[in-house]
Design a protein. Structure first.
Length: 113
């Protein structure tokens, strides 16, 4: 499954998402001047595609609803801990959590049974 998010600073977002999700960068496309078009990050069975809207003159406005990831039990706990340590807002209810990251995106995570 693929999820795509747009951010103003793709390099900073890639460092953040690989750290909090425990993901691994798998591919990167950049323009000749070094500006990032998009970077794919593997997070378990997910492919998180982080892109920069380099063609737009205005900042990114995140989508209104959260992106959803389904994580296994231990993975979810570790991801939530890393988000909290990074200063993100974490709202947890039982086996589900919603996290607001520093790039303005919200993530809804559900513990896989």
């Amino acid at each position: 499954m693929r999820r795509h998010v747009e951010v103003d600073d793709a390099d900073a977002a890639v460092l953040f998402y690989t750290a909090v999700f425990g993901g691994v960068e798998s591919s990167r496309e950049s323009l000749f001047d070094g500006r990032v078009l998009h970077v794919d990050i593997r997070v378990g069975d997910y492919l998180l595609s982080v892109g920069t809207p380099w063609w737009r003159p205005h900042p990114v406005v995140p989508a209104a609803g959260p992106s959803e990831l389904v994580l296994t039990g231990a993975d979810m706990d570790q991801v939530l801990l890393r988000f909290a340590e990074a200063g993100a807002t974490v709202e947890r209810t039982g086996d589900a959590a919603t996290v607001g990251d520093r790039f303005g995106h919200r993530w809804h995570m559900v513990r896989a049974g």
